[in-house]
Write a protein that binds this ligand. Sequence first.
Ligand code: AMP
Length: 140
Amino acid sequence: MAYDDQNIFARILRGELPAIKVYEDDQVLAFMDIMPQAEGHTLVIPKNPAVTLLDLAPEAAAYTIQIVQKVAQAMETALGVKGIVLMQLSGTVAGQTVPHVHFHLIPTNVHELGKHAATMGDQEKIKAQAELIKAALAAA
Ligand code: AMP
């Protein structure tokens, strides 16, 4: 699928829009979802310009999943979450709203998932959660 380099996540990757980051390396960025479906909702994105998981190079997908696991472990340590829903929506038909591939880490029970990308979260609370996750990542 053609990649739109003006999408929100591409602009975050270029530093044109702010994000509450918890992890970054040369291939992957993890940051807090500003409209969380549950407290601690975090997004992990590869830096490759791919729209969906189906477009992503297998090597990039494999590396991104390693970071997804690392961030999930930090969320467990930092936020005391007991269960995390890993959600990946590929395609608008599936509900994807931002056309840059990403993995949602949502600390909740799948049956209690709130509405997707609906309500702006408390940004100060989200920043505080990000600091806890970053500290757990640094200590790992
Ligand atoms: P999806 O619908 O699977 O494409 O998910 C996109 C996610 O990005 C939603 O959960 C939104 O709440 C989230 N989102 C949209 N804009 C931003 C932003 N500027 N910073 C952080 N998260 C965002």
